[in-house]
Ligand binder design. Sequence first.
Ligand code: SIN
Length: 525
Amino acid sequence: MTDEIPAESIPSEADVLVVGNGVAGCSAALAAAREGADVLVVTKAERPEETTSHWAQGGVATTRSNPEAFKEDVLAASADTADPEAVEVLVEESREAVEDVLVETLDVPFDRNESGYDFGREAAHSEPRILHVNASTGKYLLGPFLNHLDAHDRVTLLADTAALDLITHEGRVHGAIVEQEGECQPVFAGATVLATGGIGALYENSTNPDTATGDGIAMAALAGADVEDMAYVQFHPTAYAGDDPFLVSEAVRGEGALLRNGEVSESHSEVRETESPGGDRFMPDYDEAAELAPRDVVACAVADEREATGEVVLDVSPLDFAEEFPDLAEKCEARGVDWESGIPVRPSEHFLCGGVAVDDRGRTSLDHLFAVGECARTGVHGANRLASTSLLEGLVWGLRAGESAAGVQPERVEAPELLDRDPDLPSGFAREKFVRLRRVMDENVGLRRTPEGLQRATPVLRRLKGEVDAYIRTRTSRSLYELRNASVVALLVAREAMDAEPVGCHALEEPDDAESSEVPANASD
Ligand code: SIN
C-alpha cells in the first residue's frame, strides 16, 4: 500500500484538475484518464491516512437482489427529503461501479464467507448489503486506488499541495491557484473537479482528519457556485470518548453490540443473561429499532444518556469483538481501553449531507466546475444520510463527473494575483481562531441546536471571518486559507440552519438554559 503520496513540482496546466484524493477524487481522476484526459490530482495530504476516505470503516453499500428496497432505505433514512432521481442513479449504478472499479480494477479484498461476500448490516438498512474489509474498508480501498493512479500514465498525483482559490473568468472556472511549500502558481484546467471532503475540522470532536476544513465548498461558494443543504451535519453516535478518539463503526452494533448508560436502575426490566459491562440498555426506550435506529436518533439518545448518567459504553460482549473487528480491537488496545468492560462512546461530527449543489454528472452551477464526494450535494442524502452510502456516492458521482469533465482544453486567462507582502502572521493566529470557531460551532451549531444559539453564532462567525479576510488580503499561508475556508463554511452552516426545516440530522430544541451556551459578544479574543 502507498505510504506516501508523491510530491513533485506543479505543472502549469492539465485537461482535468482534481482537488482532493479521497475515493470520489480518485474515481473522477480514473474516469477522466480513461477518457484520454491528462489529469492532475492535487491534495493537501502527505499520506493516505490524512484523507477522510481512509478513515471510513463500515463499507460500501451495494444493490443485491432488490434495488427497490435499497432506494426505500435511502429515502427513509433521509426522512423522505432525498431526491428520488439522485437515489435512482446511486442504486442503479452501484453494482456496476463496484464491480468495475473496486473488484476488477483495484481487487479490493472484501470480506467473504462460505456463500460469497460477507454482506454487513448497519442502521436503517432493511437487509445486509454492505461490502467491507475488516471494518476498515476505506483503508483497504484508498491505498490500492492511489497506487493504481500513481502508475497510470495519464495521471499526476501531487501531495502536500493545496488549491487556494479558483480561477474564474466570465462565469467559467479555468483551474485553481495552487500552493506547494509556500509557493503559489496558477494551474489552468479544461475542467476542475472539487473532491475536498467534509468539514470535521469545524468541530472539536469529529471522525474526520483535521485536514477536513471545507476547502472545496468555500472556494466554490466564494466563486459564486450554489450550495445547498448546509444545515444538515450528521453526527455519528459512537466515537471513542477518550483521548485520541476514533470511530467505532455502526457495523459493531449491526453485529449485536449494545449501548449502555452509566447506571443500573432498580426498575429496569432488562434480564441479563450474561455478565455484561456498563449500566442499563436504553435504546429500546427511544426507538423500536433500538441500537439500529437512524443515526440522529441514536446520537441524540447517546448525548442525553451521557448527560443524565455520566457515560455511555458500547457493550461488545454479545460478539467476538477481537475476531470480528481486529482493527478496532487494536485501536482500543493502543489506547489502553479494555473493551471487555465496554468502550466509552460519544457522538462526534461525521458527515456533511449538503455541499456544492451538483447535477447527476457532478456539474456545479459554474461552467467547467464539478464537485464530488462529501463536498458535493447530489441530493442522495437530503437531510440525513444512510450508513455506508458515502464511499458509494463518491464512487458513482466521481466516475460520472470524471467522464463528463474530460474533453475540454485548458485556456489561459488572467489569474487572480495573490499578495504576499507581509508573510509573517501573528504567531498562532490560525490555531487560536480555529479554537474559537470550534467552540462556537460545538456550542451552537452542533448536534443540538436552538434558534437562540444559531442566532448568537452567526454574528460571531461573521466577525471571525472578517478578521481572517483582513489578513488574507496580504498573506497567502495555507493555514490562513484553511481558516478562511472553515469560517466561510461555518457561516453557511449556521445561517442555513436558522431557516432550514428541522428534519433529519438538523434538530432544533428549546433551550434549557440559554446562559450556559452563550457566546461572549466580543468576537475577537
Ligand atoms: C460507520 O462505519 O459506522 C460509518 C459508516 C458511514 O458513515 O457510512
